[in-house]
Design a protein around this ligand. Structure first.
Ligand code: ADP
Ligand code: MG
Length: 297
């Protein structure tokens, strides 16, 4: 196979956790015209966006099945452009691949990405409850940790890590998606919330709810909640809705409980450490990769 030097560089930096953040990828012509895409059925909807299945014709005239994401509300094109800008910098086997941005019309913008026919992990956990085992779930936990470790090296804070934002590629592989809330911290290692969008509180670290301070370590907290969703086979995190009540509860040391069928060792060694009160004492994503490895043995 004819491997381009850039591909080699990227593959190398992806598998080596000690390298500095990746340079931005050279901007391929990822700008699409609306006539390059055809819309099919609606396949998903979150708080901000709507996602459709569709067909894309690339510059070489090849057809590809894609997922097309639009925003529900008007006047939020800056958010969609930011989502595109962040996704454009990322290339990893556990992160959904971007195909392009339809931005010929400022009022009618779409992010186009690879289509994963098996859908979200949240739905997969519910529909395959009976056939899922710990071996599969630990592999998913590994994939998410590796994708998040890569994001940490790329200095991107995801801010919305949850089972609904993980897609299933096949029985052994998952990918991280929905960079709608993601941020690049301008200085230091944290970002202060600037939007008043409704936030997914049960997934948020105590300091995010209290002070709006997001960091890689608050993504680690959300990783713990995502694993809790996985190992309980898609149960809803049952925490108080009101921010004040939730903060008080977390300050008193209460957390989401161990629930069957989650294995107690997985709860104690993988999930619970992500919810340490102090961000500094939580594991980082490379430590979580090691932890999952130990649990796999
Ligand atoms: P929102 O910002 O509105 O939450 P998401 O990007 O999370 O939008 O997508 C919403 C839902 O659409 C997901 O939970 C998933 O079910 C579905 N979806 C999103 N992207 C894809 C994709 N690339 N392939 C298949 N399904 C997808
Ligand atoms: Mg989402």
């Amino acid at each position: 196979r004819n491997v381009k030097p850039l591909d080699v560089l990227l593959q190398f930096s992806v598998s080596s956790p000690r390298l500095p953040p990746l340079p931005a990828l050279p901007t391929k012509p990822l700008h699409l015209d609306k006539s390059d895409i055809k819309f099919g059925i609606k396949i998903g909807e979150g708080n901000y966006g709507e996602v459709y299945r569709g067909q894309m014709t690339d510059a070489q005239g090849r057809q590809e099945t894609v997922a097309i994401k639009s925003l529900k509300a008007v006047g939020q094109t800056d958010d969609l452009k930011r989502e595109f800008r962040i996704m454009q910098k990322l290339k990893h086997r556990n992160i959904v691949r971007l195909c392009g941005l339809v931005d010929s019309d400022e009022e009618d913008m779409y992010v186009v990405m690879e289509y994963l026919p098996m859908g979200s992990l949240k739905d997969y956990l519910k529909t395959h409850r009976e056939h899922i085992n710990n071996t599969m779930l630990l592999k998913f936990a590994m994939d998410i940790a590796e994708g998040m470790d890569y994001l940490e090296q790329s200095r991107i804070i995801h801010r919305d890590l949850a089972a609904r934002n993980i897609l299933v590629a096949d029985q052994h592989t998952v990918k991280i998606t929905d960079f709608g809330l993601a941020q690049e911290p301008n200085k230091g290692n944290y970002y202060i919330r600037q939007t008043n969008r409704a936030l997914p509180l049960p997934w948020y670290a105590i300091e995010c709810i209290e002070t709006g301070k997001f960091s890689h370590k608050s993504d680690v907290w959300s990783y713990g909640v995502t694993c809790w969703e996985m190992f309980t086979r898609g149960q809803e995190p049952d925490l108080p809705q009101k921010p004040e009540t939730l903060i008080q509860m977390l300050k008193n040391g209460k957390r989401l409980n161990l629930k069957p069928p989650c294995h107690p060792t997985i709860y104690a060694e993988l999930i619970r450490p992500c919810w340490d009160q102090e961000p500094e004492t939580r594991p980082n994503f490379s430590a979580l990769i090691q932890q999952v490895k130990e649990l796999q043995e």
